[in-house]
Write a protein that binds this ligand. Structure first.
Ligand code: SF4
Length: 462
């Protein structure tokens, strides 16, 4: 069951409006605030096993997605999840806004403030505004508490980042992108954040209607100087807001933030493993191969968390954080989770490779990207000490990763084309490689880079 590409584009699957894919329907479960209980995790595992194909994805919006559901099993899945209090905020229309909050909200001593009540107020404000149902399905907002796990690398339509103001916390408002390229809009007080978000969302819809070419997202609109000025003017009537201070003119919140350099907002590797939050406790970040968990793995996590009485947080880097535990407990959980195939260390080779679902999940792929990625992962880790060194893409679209990567293998007619330092759609330097030939090419590259690094004083790869 595979939806045509034009149908899938812009489709945000939800529980009542699941999206067809190569292995059945994808039913996304929105997790408000990204905080999950062990009981809820068990319920999702049971739902995936009984009504799906037993696999659950961690999404880049900090939600869970049950795979392999069918038209016949969907009603029973909806009932089972409703019994756990999990309903679909999107309803039949699929109109629901993703609001991503800092994963350590409320428990991070380095944060500017506890954003949980602010995020709850924002969620409520947007949910009760009927007109905002017209926003594009992928429209997304972030609220960053300015603490340890920043959302700098998460792309959003409207971004709020906490700053220490002279009279208490304030939020920098930026639009259409990640921290480094979003356009500065102004500064608002915490109490006004929900109103500011609603006003900007309405302004986006108004400007969108007037545009000759319908902009899909805020980033398409805000780079037009006239639209940016109108969006900034939206804030003026709201008390407690201000225009763009010079520090924000650079549109780089990583620069504007007084915490630049301390933040770990660098994707999954930075959140995996044990990290202290204070002298006594911290959090353990765990991941799954390509962000996909089995129902059994979810049960293992739920059991472990129940035993130690911790809390589970979801992240936009497709990791789970077990929060509020000490180092000894983390070591015990880590060993237990690793035995069940979960990723518990940032050095795990699986974190060095990005791969789209490929064959058979996606009809556009002629290669089994994820299977092949596991074969190549150790070489990918040698190419990049941290972060991602290899990207396998089933086709030129490059769904798994938009950023440039050291090596990209792009599937074509059952073989791979190899691109260096680019993206999936770039011109390849070699074409038609079998998996074995691709492996040999990677090994050659690793050796060449190692030899080069050895000639540099204190040189290292990655
Ligand atoms: S990149 Fe992968 S998942 Fe995306 S369309 Fe191509 S084959 Fe499918």
């Amino acid at each position: 069951m595979s939806a045509p590409a034009e149908l899938r584009r812009g489709w945000c699957p939800s529980l009542l409006r699941p999206m067809p894919s190569g292995d059945g329907l994808l039913a996304r479960i929105a997790i408000p605030g990204g905080i999950v209980s062990a009981e809820l995790l068990r319920g999702v595992a049971s739902g995936a096993r009984r009504f799906g194909n037993g696999f659950v994805d961690l999404t880049q919006r900090g939600n869970l997605q049950i795979r392999g559901v069918s038209e016949a099993t969907l009603p029973a899945l909806i009932d089972a999840l409703a019994g756990l209090g999990l309903t679909d905020p999107a309803g039949e229309t699929g109109a629901s806004r993703d609001i991503l909050a800092s994963p350590l909200a409320g428990i991070d001593p380095s944060a500017v403030c506890d954003i949980r009540p602010i995020v709850a107020a924002l969620r409520e404000r947007l949910a009760c505004d009927e007109a905002l149902r017209a926003l594009p399905a992928k429209f997304c907002l972030t609220v960053d508490d300015g603490g340890r796990l920043g959302l700098d690398d998460v792309r959003a339509d409207i971004r709020f980042t906490a700053l220490r103001g002279s009279v208490g916390p304030a939020f920098a408002v930026t639009l259409g992108g990640a921290a480094h390229d979003a356009v500065a809009c102004g500064v608002c007080a915490a109490a006004d954040l929900a109103e500011v978000a609603a006003a900007l969302a309405h302004a986006f819809l108004g400007l969108r209607q007037e545009s000759e070419v319908l902009p899909g997202r805020m980033r398409d609109l805000v780079r037009r100087p006239d639209a940016a000025a109108l969006l900034r003017a939206t804030l003026a009537p709201i008390p407690g807001t201000a225009g763009v201070p010079p520090a924000l003119e650079t549109a780089d919140l990583a620069c504007a933030s007084e915490r630049k350099g301390d933040r770990d907002g660098r994707g999954p590797s930075a959140s995996i493993g044990f990290h202290r939050l204070d002298a006594a406790t911290g959090y353990l970040g765990i991941g799954a191969t390509f962000g996909r968990l089995t129902a059994d793995q979810l049960d293992v996590v739920a059991e472990g968390v129940e035993e130690v009485g911790a809390e589970i947080r979801l992240t936009p880097w497709r990791a789970l954080l077990i929060a509020g535990i000490d180092a000894g407990t983390a070591t015990w959980l880590r060993a237990r989770f690793a035995r069940h195939g979960l990723i518990t260390t940032a050095r795990d080779p699986r974190l060095a490779v990005a791969a789209c679902p490929g064959r058979p999940a996606c009809a556009r792929s002629t290669v089994a990207t994820r299977e092949d990625a596991l074969v190549l992962a150790p070489l990918a880790r040698q190419l990049a000490c941290a972060g991602i060194g290899l990207h396998l893409s089933g086709c030129l679209k490059g769904c798994a990763r938009g950023e440039a990567t050291r090596v990209i293998l792009v599937g074509r007619e059952g073989r791979y084309d190899l691109v260096l330092d680019g993206r999936a759609g770039d011109a390849p330097s070699r074409a038609g490689l079998s998996l074995e030939a691709a492996k040999a090419a990677l090994a050659q590259l690793v050796s060449a880079e190692a030899a080069q690094a050895a000639t540099r004083p204190h040189g290292r790869m990655g």
